[in-house]
Design a protein. Structure first.
Length: 320
């Protein structure tokens, strides 16, 4: 199904529509099948792909935009966090179930299957039972589950541990992954957990201004720093075309366009309400969002004028 975009300032409504109409379908029965997926990358399962596809469509960014960046801009966690919460509650229900219930007996047998595999069974089969997968999944983010003596878990603490584990993977990303590293360190100032919320630019009413600013923040933009990846140009060779002609060899980055490139001097002059004196991208992007969106939109238009696409070659039709 497709969620219709509700217009500027209504992202909360769109997110709510997804949570009410789509997520319950994607997560149906997660208590049974989620442990296996939680042992894998939380951004690469088929359910999360649907979530990310909806967000990228709403934001108007390319499908190649980094998944963790898209979620961070929306202030949303991967669907795996909801599965962790549901699984913890389900597990607690099993622990508290009456000792004479069928559900409790099934749970105990499942826990014992790992410790005492059936005679003649393949060892890996015991590792794939529900209890063993749950134990392995939760151990990834530091939650210990004892199958010998199961005890209740604190739901909020478990969810907090998972958030910390997920964020640490993004915060500690290697510098070689330039786009994510730059977003975390320069755009989101380290991305601390207390500041993991929707970007302020989502409140910009104009779609095109909001879209251009989102593209700039997420590294999914029109500058050579990004487009040079597509043709495998070395980063140091992704130069600003106009500045290279003036013997000012510099990589065409967001900072170059915003603060330094002389081709955008007139646009900077038109936006005297914005402070261009501090070359700090994080502080620059925290200024008045509507003005920022308009500025970036003007820059993108200027970039298209300065870098027109090559003419298309029309194929001749064969004579019938």
């Amino acid at each position: 199904m497709r969620i219709q975009y509700c217009g500027g300032g209504c992202f909360t409504t769109n997110f709510r529509l997804f949570d009410v109409m789509v997520e319950p379908v994607l997560g149906y029965g997660a208590e049974v099948w989620a442990p296996e997926l939680l042992c894998q990358d939380p951004l690469k399962n088929s359910c999360e792909r649907v979530h990310l596809q909806a967000l990228k469509w709403l934001f108007g960014v390319r499908k190649s935009a980094a998944s963790c960046i898209v979620l961070a801009e929306a202030g949303r966690w991967p669907l795996a966090l909801r599965w962790v919460k549901r699984l913890t509650r389900f597990y607690n229900g099993l622990v508290k179930a009456p000792s004479n219930s069928i559900l409790k007996n099934a749970f105990i047998d499942n826990c014992q299957l790992k410790a005492n595999p059936l005679p003649g069974s393949i060892p890996s089969v015991a590792q794939r039972c529900w209890a063993a997968q749950l134990q392995r999944a939760f151990s990834l983010f530091g939650v210990v589950i004892s199958l010998e003596e199961p005890c209740e878990l604190h739901v909020n603490q478990v969810c907090r541990r998972w958030k910390q584990w997920y964020l640490s993977k993004i915060q500690n990303v290697d510098e070689s992954r330039t786009k994510i590293y730059k977003y975390v360190q320069q755009v989101r100032n380290g991305l601390p957990e207390k500041e993991y919320c929707a970007a302020a630019c989502l409140t910009i009413p104009g779609f095109r201004s909001r879209q251009r600013l989102l593209q700039l923040r997420m590294g999914s933009h029109w500058l050579k720093e990004e487009t040079g990846r597509w043709t495998h140009i070395k980063r140091e060779e992704r130069e600003c075309k106009q500045c290279a002609g003036k013997e000012m060899n510099t990589v065409e980055t967001v900072e170059h366009m915003v603060f330094k490139c002389p081709n955008y001097d007139d646009i900077r002059a038109d936006f005297s309400c914005l402070d261009f004196s501090n070359n700090n991208l994080n502080e620059f992007l925290e200024q008045q969002q509507t003005q920022l969106g308009s500025f970036v939109k003007k820059c993108e238009e200027q970039h298209r004028v300065l870098n027109p696409p090559p003419p298309r070659r029309h194929r001749r039709r064969r004579a019938s």
